[in-house]
Ligand binder design. Structure first.
Ligand code: ARG
Length: 573
């Protein structure tokens, strides 16, 4: 039981006129001196309502509670206080039995029943590099997606592709000029990016290239067959490549509706804005004036009639509301876009839509590499797939050193290397800027992915060695058996395991996967302390089964926790 459940349990034992259960619960305290009990209730709080001295109240309450059913081992009245002592063993037995019964579905809840959450994440740009800057959005969004699902929410993962804009005109020109100098089959997106960079270099010398690019973009807009064919080819090529990375990261989407999807969905929204007199003309452009809210105007239609990023986001918000009737719609996008989302959300509010308050920007900080290679401006892009490959290579070397006899070393290295990168990206408060270092994320004895995976593999190895005994865990535990779990280390570990659901719920409420990451580290550390000081398979006969159950529960929570973060756990490493 966590503190809130205990407070509830105590409140439900109190029946005093004029004191409701929320009030009673709020009076419960954790005493300084724990030898008296785990929780205490100061009865002077009720003196006014009952017009009696606290000592008399505590005695009477203790008396009446003794006749009621409750989860405590002891309830005592001492000097006007009621002291409650938990029945830890019974509590431990309950938690373990639940994990054993539920397995990987342990931790699920009905919190989100009937509610839909849309999550806009990763949202890459077509024909642009999928680089390390996309890591955070992709894995934070992916983790939120799985955590919401675990809590029973209906989730819609959306990749709001950047698949519209003048850059596609440039790309067509570049491809027509230099397409035959590259091997798209072999070099894919890297090759495509290289001719895009070349276009910019050449356009500085030859301004007619920009005119051609405008021409070709217009052709896409007007539905010219050749232009569309190339455009779709670029799109397919990009998606094929990024999907490979998504698979490695354990990322899924329900929708790839990007900016182009909203081409025909902006007009009605603009019309509604018009009838509400929210549109102002500014030097020929259509804007929503936000000066009253200390923001620059939200630009929706340019002088030449072109719509913008914000126009598409506005249309997308309406589309999502109409299609999914969301309870919340999250945008996992870097903090650089804070203003953009504030503007778009404000426009929805000005249109009188109550649901503007359900639109949430979930910002995050920047990832840079230790050696500062993240400078896109100099054209030195760090591709995400290269970072993953290098992490996997390095893991392979480490695994080979530590355990050269291991089977499937390549497969394990993939899980460890990729897992280390994800775990790192989800380790800190998301708003912080972070610096990535291969050595730091791959160490086996820091607060890292490999450390946690290793702990899980250790637990699994104990379970394997237990053989047949593993199948005996679902029988109820006797009081004698449970006594073997007592002691600081065991109690701490079990209480952590009991907090799995509330941890996920907290992480989701704050849109902060690092809460789960920290929790998994705590479980792993707690387990390693336990393992160091307690015998398991070679313990006294009655101690083996409950302790093995604890090992199983630890493994279940770690492995399922990792899955929610998008990380795979090797059986051995
Ligand atoms: N493609 C955009 C970028 O790379 C991110 C899109 C985020 N989602 C959105 N609905 N605006 O900056």
């Amino acid at each position: 039981m966590d503190i809130n459940q205990v407070k509830q349990a105590i409140a439900s034992l109190i029946n005093i006129d004029g004191i409701d259960s929320a009030e009673a619960a709020s009076y419960v305290v954790v005493p300084q001196d724990t030898t008296l009990g785990d929780y205490a209730l100061p009865c002077f709080r009720f003196a006014k309502a009952l017009r009696k001295p606290p000592v008399a109240i505590s005695n009477e309450l203790a008396q009446s509670m003794s006749a009621m059913e409750h989860p405590f081992k002891k309830i005592e009245a001492v000097n006007g206080y009621l002291n409650f002592t938990l029945d830890r063993n019974a509590e431990a037995g309950k938690i373990l039995s639940e994990v054993i019964k539920k397995g990987a579905s342990y931790g699920e809840s009905k919190e989100g029943e009937g509610k839909t959450v849309c999550i806009d994440y990763s949202s890459i740009n077509i024909a642009k590099p999928f680089h390390i800057g996309h890591l955070s959005s992709t894995v934070i969004g992916g983790a939120l997606y799985k955590m919401y699902k675990k809590l029973g929410y209906n989730t819609v993962g959306i990749n709001h592709l950047g698949d519209w804009g003048t850059q596609f005109g440039k790309l067509i020109v570049a491809y027509k000029l230099w397409g035959d100098t590259i091997d798209l089959e072999k070099d894919g997106l890297v090759a495509l990016t290289s001719i895009y960079v070349k276009f910019h270099e050449e356009a500085e010398k030859d301004s007619t290239l920009d005119d051609q690019a405008r021409y070709w973009f217009k052709q896409i807009e007007d539905g010219n067959e050749e232009a569309l064919k190339l455009f779709y080819m670029f799109k397919e090529l990009t998606l094929k490549e990024v999907k490979k990375v998504y698979e490695r990261l354990g990322i899924e989407f329900d929708s790839y509706n990007g900016e182009a999807f909203y081409n025909d969905k902006m007009a009605p929204v603009l019309e509604e804005l018009g009838t509400q007199n929210l549109i102002t003309m500014s030097e020929g452009a259509q804007v929503v004036d936000l000066s009253e809210y200390n923001m620059p105007p939200c630009l929706l239609v340019r002088t030449d009639g072109a719509t913008l990023y914000a126009t598409r986001d506005l249309a997308a918000a309406f589309y999502r509301k109409n299609t999914y009737d969301f309870y919340k719609c999250l945008y996992v996008v870097a903090y650089q876009q804070n203003l953009h989302f504030k503007q778009v959300f404000k426009v929805v509010e000005l249109m009188g839509k109550e649901w503007h308050k359900d639109l949430v920007h979930v910002p995050f900080g920047m990832v840079s590499l230790e050696d500062g290679t993240m400078s896109t401006r100099k054209g030195k892009v760090v591709w995400l797939k290269d970072v993953l490959n290098k992490a996997v290579e390095k893991s392979y070397t480490i695994i080979n050193e530590k355990n050269s006899a291991l089977k499937n070393k390549e497969e394990v290295a993939e899980k460890v290397g990729v897992g280390a990168v994800i775990f790192f990206a989800l380790s800190n408060n998301r708003i912080k800027d972070i610096t990535f270092s291969y050595d730091k994320v791959l160490t086996f004895d820091g607060e890292t992915g490999p450390y946690v995976q290793y702990t899980n593999a250790r637990a699994r190895s104990i379970l394997r060695k237990a053989g047949e005994l593993q199948n005996e865990l679902d029988k109820p535990f006797t009081a004698e058996e449970l006594e073997y779990l007592s002691g600081k280390e065991g109690e701490e570990l079990i209480s952590l395991i009991g907090r799995f659901t509330s941890t996920i719920s907290d992480a989701v409420a704050k849109y902060e996967p690092s809460i789960l990451t920290r929790y998994i580290i705590d479980v792993a550390k707690s387990f390693n302390r336990y393992y160091l000081n307690n015998r398991i398979l070679n313990a006294e006969k009655d101690a083996i089964r409950p302790r093995l159950a604890l090992v199983y529960a630890t493994h279940t929570v770690i492995e399922e926790g990792l899955r929610l973060l998008g990380i795979k756990a090797p059986e051995e490493m």
